[in-house]
Write a protein that binds this ligand. Structure first.
Ligand SMILES: Nc1ncnc2c1ncn2[C@@H]1O[C@H](COP(=O)(O)OP(=O)(O)OP(=O)(O)O)[C@@H](O)[C@H]1O
Length: 268
């Protein structure tokens, strides 16, 4: 079995008085695309940031590329592309100056690819960032993360400000990039249809807990809500609803709930 690119073990994090992550465990292999879903405040950003080592875990651990995230060498950091929920561009510089700053850090920066993306996505490179629209800034932030062809790409709601055409272009670029480089992608979004187009696996967070960690195929074909009386011995329960019914993976295909409906139901 190939080594996990990301390994998360019993990761918990408390910020102030809030426990924002509760004993999260999972592992992700090279080339997997994880779609992260959760209500506002569920812990998606906290998880992305903890995975990248931006905030130390209160307990538990994260391993990236086989090394503890707390001791990650520079070469591994350079293999990561990150699009934060709120872009962190230098607003008094032009879009092009921002790209040049990023390019300085990355030996494998691909200017041809970056310029093609900027043209296709209509990001005006000569304009100062503080004069760009929110969507244009978001596109620029995505380009800075893709420009060095990362092995691991973490995208925290990258499409929130994008119009439908831009979202479609972004998803298609992401698919091309994944095909060309077999990069691993973690992608949080509230737009379930986008996640369904690219995710191989789905994580659903609820109040800091990872309650669902299943392949998209399993979720779409074999996840069903059953009564407790129908539960087989040793059948793992994904979620228990308020009325006592249970969400389980069935052995044979069932007419599973559409992902969006499943998401809504487990939060009611
Ligand atoms: N610096 C902080 N100090 C204290 N609590 C925090 C801090 N940052 C986030 N939180 C809390 O952590 C919880 C998870 O927040 P997080 O931003 O990870 O959620 P999210 O799923 O990304 O939400 P959204 O969909 O709104 O972006 C929330 O209850 C939030 O109030």
């Amino acid at each position: 079995m190939t080594e996990s690119l990301i390994k998360i073990e019993n990761l918990s994090q408390t910020l102030g008085k809030t426990q924002v992550l509760k004993s999260v465990s999972s592992s992700v292999g090279q080339g997997e695309v994880i779609g992260i879903l959760g209500l506002n405040g569920a812990g998606k950003t906290s998880l992305c940031e903890a995975l990248l080592g931006f905030r130390p875990a209160t307990s538990g651990s994260v391993t990236l590329f086989g090394t503890s995230v707390d001791a990650l060498p520079g070469s591994s950091k350079l293999a990561i592309g990150y699009v934060p929920q709120k872009e962190e561009l230098l607003t008094h510089l032009t879009a092009e100056q921002n790209l040049k700053l990023f390019a300085n850090f990355y030996p494998h920066w691909d200017w041809l690819f970056v310029e093609q993306l900027a043209e296709k996505w209509q990001v005006p490179l000569a304009k100062k960032v503080n004069t760009l629209s929110e969507g244009q800034r978001q596109k620029l932030s995505i380009i800075t993360a893709l420009g060095h062809h990362p092995r691991l790409l973490v995208l925290d709601e990258p499409v929130a400000s994008l119009d439908p055409l831009a979202r479609r272009q972004f998803i298609s670029t992401l698919i091309d990039e994944m095909t060309a480089t077999n990069c691993t992608v973690l992608f949080s979004s509230h737009i379930v249809s986008d996640l369904e187009r690219i995710a191989s696996r789905v994580w659903i967070l609820k109040a800091g807990k990872l309650i669902i960690d299943e392949t998209l195929d399993t979720l779409q074909e074999r996840v069903a809500r059953i009564n407790r009386a129908s539960l087989f011995e040793h059948q793992p329960v994904l979620h228990e609803f308020n009325d006592g019914s249970l969400l389980v993976v069935t052995e044979k295909p069932v007419s599973a709930l559409p992902l969006e409906q499943l998401f809504v139901e487990i939060h009611q």
